[in-house]
Ligand binder design. Structure first.
Ligand SMILES: *Cc1c(COP(=O)(O)O)cnc(C)c1O
Length: 233
């Protein structure tokens, strides 16, 4: 079996176990294979292994891959997005996980309209409050969502966060839990744009905890296709 297939098999087992522990249905959890570390050939192997959601974080590197493989998968832009790269992303990437400011929303809406295809967006939230992280302060999210909901070529899918880098994945749990709570608060507010059914959270180190806390998209690089194919934990 190909190494990526083996890794995927293990990841699916871990997700299923996390779902059993938390009473969730594993069908609710989608795996985004983050291929930002690897070349075109390895990205192709990820698709061959049955991974359909492909995540990239830099437009310059992603667009050449998309040109070769775009029609084989569903593409997710997961990195920080500069407004001047919105043109490259719109029409190619089905999802953007890093919507975090009004100027970007405006530009992405304009470029998506020009491309004739709406972009599905996650609002990135800086739950942990680390200065190094992008994303809105949780208290800013409601107003931002209401504004973003006005853009006809943006479809708001949910919230995204990145947990702090720690050795112990348990330390990420309160961050994931807070994002889930924020989702509930927004949904209960009934404000425009707050249906927000999805949560994009969990990376290689902490996805099992994220699934226990309600993730519907996990973004996995190193455990699936990382250069060193690190061993599963
Ligand atoms: C790189 C990256 C990932 C994947 O990281 P791994 O730890 O290798 O799984 C997920 N999300 C974002 C936003 C990233 O930049």
């Amino acid at each position: 079996m190909d190494q990526i297939e083996q890794n995927l098999h293990q990841v699916k087992e871990n997700i299923a176990a996390a779902c059993r522990r938390s009473g969730r249905n594993p069908d609710e959890v989608r795996i985004v294979a983050v291929t930002k570390y690897v070349d075109l050939e390895t990205t192709r192997r990820a698709l061959d292994a049955g991974l359909t959601h492909i995540g990239e974080s830099r437009a310059q590197e992603a667009v050449p891959k998309w040109e070769q493989l775009g029609d084989r998968g569903i593409w997710h832009f997961i990195g920080h997005l500069q407004s001047n790269k919105a043109k490259a992303v719109a029409g190619r990437f089905t999802y953007v996980h890093s919507l975090d400011r009004f100027s970007l929303a405006k530009e992405l809406n304009r470029r998506s309209e020009a491309a004739g295809r709406p972009t599905r967006c996650f609002v990135q939230v800086n739950v942990s409050g680390e200065a190094s992280k992008h994303g809105l302060d949780p208290v800013e999210v409601k107003e931002f969502v209401e504004q973003a909901a006005e853009f006809p070529y943006l479809q708001l899918e949910g919230l995204m966060t990145m947990a702090p880098f720690t050795e112990d994945p348990e330390e990420a749990r309160p961050v994931f839990r807070r994002l889930k709570e924020l989702q509930r608060e927004l949904q209960q507010s009934g404000a425009s744009g707050t249906a927000l059914p999805h949560l994009s959270m969990g990376m290689s180190r902490d996805y099992q905890v994220a699934v226990e806390e309600g993730a519907t998209f996990v973004r996995l690089g190193s455990v699936l296709v990382g250069e060193a194919y690190p061993k599963q934990r």
